[in-house]
Design a protein around this ligand. Sequence first.
Ligand code: PGA
Ligand code: ZN
Length: 428
Amino acid sequence: MSMNIETVTGRRVWDSRGRPTVEVDVTLAGGARGRAIAPAGASTGSGEAVDLRDRGASQSGMDVTRALAGIADEIAPALAGMDAADQAAVDRRMIDLDGTPNKSRLGGNALIATSMAVAHAAAAGAGLPLWRYLAGDNAPGALPLPEIQIFGGGAHAGRRIDIQDLMVIAVGASDFATALDWTADVYRAAGKLMAERGKLSGVADEGGFWPLFDSNEEALSTLLRAIERSGHRPGEDVAISLDIAASEFGENGSYRLDRENRTLDRAGMADMLLEWTKRYPIVSIEDPLAEDDEAGLVEFTRAAGPTLQIIGDDFLVTNAARVRHAASVGACNAVLIKPNQAGTLTETRAALEAAREAGYSAVVSARSGETEDVTIVHLAVGWNVPQLKVGSFTRSERMAKWNEGLRLAEQLPTGGELPPRASLPWKV
Ligand code: PGA
Ligand code: ZN
């Protein structure tokens, strides 16, 4: 069956924040089809691929008609006739066509949706599920260990609290389905606890509770209580994971905690987080310091030692060169892998390979603006990435991903098995 690309068609669809986004359909000469949708971030790193938005009157400037025009006028003709199985060549062609370092001309949204749709079409042409196709000659991974949001904050909840994500990781779960069961228990317990105390104010962008807390630490202590109330053992069964998203409130080594009406310097910020790790069963912290605070990240990584996972998101932006640099200076010990930060699957994969070479762990991640697209679950399995973060345990743009994991458990030779805990960077 011919794997040559015949058509590439963009379509305007809507994401979970009610904003327009780009969907791409790819058809191959042999008849196979692939489809993918671009997600969108809110707390974006400055080094990310840039989405092309119209900036006009429509949809508060968020419309994507220019990105769709670029797909129709430039990307579709450039890719026509290319071999969909040669992902690297397809992605290289789009990178060259765009011609900017941050994909701002044709848009990271146009490029990532096309790149992923080409992979889907190639997998369909080969008669394989995407995860199997992506694994190639390598053995596919186990299912990834889920990292799931309970409370949202920061840019995802009107800055109601300063830190962005309070999540749980079911570190003691025997398999993927059990990890989801335990998280559902914690989510429900947290909701009850907050309703009882009058602290509940709807849900944040990724579906976690939007909390009316008076301090960041109140969020942490409530999460600990929710784990206890769920009947699971804090730290042994279910641990805490934080995304501080510190670039949202920190710059030039100064960190402004609005909720607590105080400003911390780099050392003060690091000390606060390290203190939390002593008092709460925290196994992972993402972006503990701002993306411009490399010295702070190096110091924090050294001070936290090898028992805490320290993930670079805004700091590393799924960029292989940045990962290599971070490893050379000793900043972070894990990388967040968001395909739309890189802009193509080939560059996403390169960032993952750089992480592996550096001995860094990796977490495949969704964005705060998501859709029914479940490509990232297949990436995590096909590329053998040990962890997955897609937001909360509510709302179907999130649940679509967790549910896809349950389906993949039926297809994988290892079933619902999770990666060996010893391979993960924390100790509980
Ligand atoms: P974003 O949030 O998609 O708004 O960037 C997710 C994250 O920071 O990990
Ligand atoms: Zn983040």
